[in-house]
Design a protein. Structure first.
Length: 125
């Protein structure tokens, strides 16, 4: 049996270590192709008081300027602009760098960030 050289051992280790990295994107791409034929489920509506602030979320009736896919989120009646990311998470103009799983969580995160301050309407044009 031939002697295992350092180079061959390192090459084999790199191949073994890299194999999972190659398999994961392929599996995700297959899931993405499957999902691209169906629209993502619209989030449930909500209307609650969170830390003394009224937060609401509901279908926005397909209005074209919503990045939330026709879904509107409101804090004390003022629209909180939200956006759904490609991975299904949500962000808002207030907590843009902290993705959350749902629009309700985005509204709650905004209330937390506002720390009692009033939400100012975001200019749309």
């Amino acid at each position: 049996m031939p002697e295992l050289s350092r180079r061959r051992a390192l090459t084999a280790a790199a191949v073994v270590a890299g194999a999972p990295l190659v398999a994961v994107p392929v599996a995700r791409a297959a899931d993405h192709d499957h999902d691209s034929h169906s629209s993502p489920a619209s989030p449930d509506s909500f209307d609650e008081v969170y830390k003394g602030r009224r937060i609401q979320g509901r279908s926005a009736g397909g209005s074209g300027h919503h990045h939330g896919g026709g879904y509107g989120v409101y804090v004390d009646g003022v629209e909180l602009h939200v956006m759904r990311n490609a991975d299904g998470t949500w962000i808002s103009v207030v907590s843009h760098y902290d993705p959350v799983p749902t629009p309700r969580a985005a509204a709650r995160a905004a209330v937390d960030e506002l720390q009692g301050a009033r939400l100012v309407p975001f200019p749309t044009g």
